[in-house]
Design a protein around this ligand. Structure first.
Ligand SMILES: *[C@@H]1O[C@H](CO)[C@@H](O)[C@H](O)[C@H]1NC(C)=O
Length: 177
């Protein structure tokens, strides 16, 4: 083989490899843009204002929820998906594309129970509402299970005393939290 044909061969091989590289990169972007995530969860009326599920928590049907993703640095909203619960208080949302490096949160929009409409705003409730919507964290499954969401009843029902006893909670602990 002459020197020049050797060089041509090397160049061709390099070109071929970079072509593969381009094809592969394109395939990756297209699968990424096609990625869909499913987010599911439940909405309850928190009859005892405990902000966690207990035996008196009532699944709320027809409740409106919203998933919102924000740019971590600019705080601008990058995605909003709305949904409604079924008769078991269960909802399912379809979220398009990967939301790595964004803050995504589930939030309550509208209650369907007259005396159970308060939305908890404590920082622990907000923390609990966070969901990670990306495959770039090693979770291959595209379904995400959100923590349960609670609308709070105006006042804890009297039957909650039993629940507090079972949970070894004092009503004072509840109203302070
Ligand atoms: C957030 O916004 C900044 C400024 O517009 C942009 O450079 C960055 O890529 C955005 N981040 C995400 C995760 O979209």
């Amino acid at each position: 083989m002459t020197k020049s044909s050797e060089i041509i061969l090397i160049i061709s091989v390099i070109c071929l490899f970079s072509l593969f590289g381009v094809i592969q990169a394109e395939a990756e972007t297209s699968t990424q843009s096609q990625t869909h995530f499913k987010v599911d969860g439940k909405v309850y009326c928190d009859v005892c204002r405990t902000q966690f599920e207990n035996r008196l928590s009532k699944p709320m049907s027809g409740a409106e929820v919203q998933l919102q993703c924000r740019n971590q640095t600019t705080d601008t909203i990058t995605a909003t998906v709305e949904g409604k619960t079924d008769e078991h208080g269960f909802y399912e949302l379809l979220v398009e594309r990967d939301h790595e490096d964004e803050i995504c949160e589930m939030m309550l929009k509208k209650s369907t129970m007259d005396d159970c409409t308060e939305i908890p705003h404590e920082s622990n409730a907000q923390e609990a509402a966070r969901i990670t919507i990306t495959n770039n964290n090693g979770i291959a499954d595209t379904t995400r299970h959100a923590n349960p969401l609670f609308f709070l009843k105006k006042e804890a029902s009297s039957e909650c005393d039993e629940v507090f006893k079972e949970l070894e909670l004092l009503p004072e602990d509840i109203s302070l939290s």
